[in-house]
Design a protein around this ligand. Structure first.
Ligand SMILES: Cc1ncc(COP(=O)(O)O)c(C=O)c1O
Length: 404
């Protein structure tokens, strides 16, 4: 029999689920949020961990993130409304991105959310705030990766379409515009940029750039929002503590360590919290000793960009089978390229066997297209119990709000 890396208890658990499905490990979510918060608290008087809703918008997971102390970081009016529905009070929402609606923008600013202005229309909307009250807003600063950290340069994507640029007059104009409003003050900078390297060095330099900008404009701020882009659980990669120390050391050297430090980790927080479980529904030998194994999962479920080169996968067999040379593990769609990975010289997977994919919580479920099979079940594993927290969608859910 093959050697299991997961325990017999876990095997029985994965066998009991209705596939295809995702499983949220609630304790792992708490561990991630607590881990980053603790690392920040060791340096800063005030620090906020934002849960990046775009990375995984499962409502149950969002509510749990809120229970564990995270703010919701949203980037559209739909995400803003979702965060409100998931129980986040307005003053525990970080509102970013160009896709805000005027209505939710005004509601967020008036309700004390952390609102980072991204577009010029938001600057215009500030004029519609209640004139008798004082409000605070943040501004996103445009960052070209290669201009601040040559070693982190990554070619065509180094410039950014986000934020107001201090390489032109845009940032100065936005600061000037806000300072001319009698009832609004600028209280934060947002500097999210994900460098390909996710290196600590990049954050040292982007925070330094923010400090220089703060000094250049003599800004009196409450917070610096350094965005996302961190490594999570992988060994030999920077830890939450190393990132936190880097933010702190640069801010301290610039006498700005009194700022509230905000992070918005996506991948680092939620990837490790989800597992995907699929079942083998067929196998066929198409060439001598080359088998195609069809599963009820799809690459659309766990690699919607079709870019991943490997998975943290485990196979659960039901019985002993002969070893075969090559097995191409494939998805359930009719796309020829819906192929996930290859097994070499392993026992043949048969109908009913299961494949577990770990670490698949980031940018997967929220990007899955409604192609051929609709969104699968999501279970949450919590305090030793497993419950269905989102039932799979059928044609009934698919035709909601449509005319036939
Ligand atoms: C504004 C903002 N914050 C946070 C994140 C999360 O980034 P990551 O998943 O790289 O941590 C993103 C991702 O695009 C983002 O755009």
């Amino acid at each position: 029999m093959p050697q299991w890396r997961i325990s017999m208890e876990q095997i029985n658990f994965y066998k009991s689920l209705q596939t295809p499905c995702f499983v949220l490990d609630v304790a792992e979510l708490k561990r991630s949020i607590d881990g980053y918060q603790k690392a920040l608290d060791s340096n800063f008087q005030k620090a906020i961990v934002g849960y990046s809703v775009k990375t995984n918008s499962t409502p149950y997971c969002m509510r749990k993130a809120g229970d564990f102390g995270a703010y919701a970081e949203v980037v559209s009016h739909d995400e803003y409304e979702l965060a409100v529905l998931c129980g986040f009070p307005t003053n525990r929402i970080i509102y970013n991105g160009p896709m805000k609606s005027k209505e939710t923008f005004v509601e967020a600013v008036e309700g004390g959310a952390i609102v980072n202005i991204e577009t010029k229309r938001e600057l215009e909307w500030l004029k519609d705030l209640d004139r008798s009250q004082q409000y605070k807003v943040g501004l996103r600063l445009n960052i070209n990766i290669s201009h601040i950290s040559e070693e982190d340069a990554d070619g065509d994507n180094d410039n950014s379409r986000f934020g107001f640029s201090d390489e032109t007059s845009e940032f100065a104009d936005a600061v000037g515009y806000i300072s001319n409003l009698p009832n609004v003050s600028l209280n934060g900078l947002h500097i999210h940029r994900t460098a390909h390297s996710r290196s600590v060095r990049f954050y040292e330099r982007s925070v330094e750039y923010a400090c220089n900008t703060i000094k250049k404009y003599d800004l009196d701020l409450d917070y610096l929002d350094v965005g996302g882009g961190y490594f999570g659980i992988f060994p030999n990669k920077p830890t939450y503590q190393q990132y936190s120390d880097a933010f702190y050391n640069v801010l301290k050297a610039n006498d700005l360590d009194n700022l509230c430090l905000i992070v918005e980790p996506g991948n680092a927080l939620v990837a490790s919290c989800y597992t995907f479980v699929s079942e083998v529904i067929d196998h066929k030998e198409v060439e001598k000793d080359h088998w195609f194994v069809t599963t009820d999962g799809s690459r659309n479920d766990i690699d919607p960009f079709f870019k991943k080169s490997g998975y943290l996968d485990e196979e659960i067999y039901q019985k002993e089978t002969p070893v075969v040379e090559t097995q191409t593990i494939s998805g359930c769609t009719c796309l020829e390229y819906d192929r996930l990975f290859t097994l070499k010289d392993k026992p043949l997977l048969c109908v009913g066997d299961r494949i577990i994919y770990h670490n698949v919580g980031a940018y997967t479920m929220c990007l899955t297209p409604m192609f051929i099979r609709y969104i699968p079940n999501i279970y949450a594993l919590e305090n030793g119990e497993c419950k269905l927290v989102r039932e799979k969608w059928t044609a009934k859910e698919f035709i909601q709000k449509t005319i036939i």
